[in-house]
Design a protein around this ligand. Sequence first.
Ligand SMILES: CC(C)(COP(=O)(O)OP(=O)(O)OC[C@H]1O[C@@H](n2cnc3c(N)ncnc32)[C@H](O)[C@@H]1OP(=O)(O)O)[C@@H](O)C(=O)NCCC(=O)NCCS
Length: 355
Amino acid sequence: MSAQLPTGTQADELASAARVDPGGARQTVAIRATGAYTPEKVLTNNELTHLVDTSDEWIVSRTGIRERRIAAPDETAADMAVQAGARAIEKAGLSPADIDLVIVATITPDMPFPSTACLVQTRLGMRNICAFDVEAACSGFIYITEIATAMLQSGRFRHALIIGTEKLSSILDWNDRSTCVLFGDGAGAAVLSRGEQHGNGSLSVLDTRLGADGAASNILYMPGGGSRIPASAESLAAGHHFLKMNGREVFKIAIRIMEQATRDILARNDVPLDRVACIIPHQANSRIIEMLSERMQVPMDRFHINLDRLGNTSAASVPLALDEVLAQGKIASGEYAVLVAFGAGLTWGATLLRG
Ligand SMILES: CC(C)(COP(=O)(O)OP(=O)(O)OC[C@H]1O[C@@H](n2cnc3c(N)ncnc32)[C@H](O)[C@@H]1OP(=O)(O)O)[C@@H](O)C(=O)NCCC(=O)NCCS
């Protein structure tokens, strides 16, 4: 007998039953601790003026970025992820042997395969546990938060290590002033565990909303290195292995998507905007965050910003910011916080947390 697909109305009912569950299973996963790693080398705007025709004044006024961190030539996305992951596990009061799931979000994996998660797993001394990568660009950390939460809620896993890590300096065209000034390197990690609270500073993961629109895949992408344009002398000469971006288009869409994603996650959990202590947005451009603040009527001091020091670190951006927020005690017990991001794909997502 063939399976019966739900009708449109039934499907809607099922979808809404699955998501409107603020008091149920969704509260049974918590971010127990976070960890961060940024490379030692600081690259200032003034140093960039030696590479491309730009100025500190232009970069600061258009983006808010003053400096970014750049990984050493032999330092990889996995190397940075190992540092951030080890810190998160230690702060969680666990040992690597307690972790039974590793998920890494990155668009700059050490290599196309094996996954960076497998490299991190073995380097942290973990054996025989599930490990895989997710590619959702700057929304990557929100995507892996949702995936890890669902896998923990399934009852099959107990403690997940999730990491956003990027060596964006390895895919930038250092002759292209419209992109090379925007990005930086780093890694941010979190340990998620089943059970509501795990001591001071832990955050309940209440809900996540994800989205994507592949129709806009051509405004932020890297054409080379995949099956469409494998590496060749011609592809390298044509610069296909560099990040390409239509900055103006990304800018416009980013504001609309981040506002919508934040409003949606709050609406479906009946949390008013004024009860949100801290919004932790993807760190792409301070003007995007300022416009978000204006449109949502949320004061700028409730948005956490570190892009002035780190630039845009893609999948590492949200967890690096979250690590700072927790270190600064910005989310008191019982207070709400929102993670929100957008990125290539296009992808987007928002997560509602409670201290
Ligand atoms: C990239 C971005 C900063 C450009 O700012 P902008 O105000 O839109 O600037 P424009 O692209 O309109 O360019 C304006 C001028 O500045 C120039 N310019 C671009 N980069 C420059 C730089 N680093 N230094 C000096 N001038 C620069 C352009 O060539 C252009 O010159 P022209 O008018 O003579 O053609 C902005 O569009 C942005 O942040 N977009 C979103 C990017 C993003 O978030 N990406 C990551 C997504 S996850």
